[in-house]
Design a protein around this ligand. Structure first.
Ligand SMILES: [Zn+2]
Length: 163
């Protein structure tokens, strides 16, 4: 009878890369199957197999898949950008959030200004045309317009309530 430490037929990506025997209860086997050597090599290069093994062992089993996914993401980002890693991506997205919040506030201010000038739901089309010309900078224009259109829908909905 085979004991739980006996090696499995096909070693996982980690054991293949580390040139060691892959046991039945290998900590890496469920997350790094044999065909995922590249995925494991990234994680090993940045965090070290021993640290990854420790990290996974300290987590409950139902959290390990998410941990592996984030470790792989972080490792790949660090390989791609040795200075900032995934912090570079986070920083860019935070800047994008601030930029979009500013645009949203400008759009809301514009809606309020139009309403003060007597803007009515029947005039939505001209309002949209006016706001479409409001943000013409490249990148995320669709999202920006979508936000503006949603704001207009909300504003006209509110307007309908008070008629
Ligand atoms: Zn293994």
């Amino acid at each position: 009878m085979a004991d739980s430490r006996s090696s499995v037929q096909s070693p996982c990506a980690a054991c293949k890369l580390l040139r060691r025997r892959c046991v039945i209860d290998c900590i890496f086997a469920p997350y790094f199957p044999a065909d995922q050597t590249l995925m494991f090599s990234s994680v090993h290069k940045i965090f070290g197999a021993s640290n990854v093994s420790k990290m996974l062992q300290e987590l409950p089993e139902n959290k390990r898949w998410d941990a592996v996914r984030s470790l792989v993401y972080e490792a790949n980002a660090r390989i791609e950008d040795p200075v900032y890693g995934c912090v570079g991506v986070i920083f860019l997205l935070q800047q994008e959030v601030v930029r979009l919040q500013t645009q949203l506030m400008q759009a809301q201010a514009e809606i309020m200004r139009l309403q003060v000038q007597g803007w009515k739901p029947g005039m939505i089309t001209s309002g949209i045309r006016k706001l479409d010309n409001f943000h013409e900078e490249p990148g995320n224009t669709c999202f920006t317009k979508e936000v503006i259109h949603q704001s207009i829908d909300t504003a006209s909905g509110v307007d309908m309530l008070f008629r």
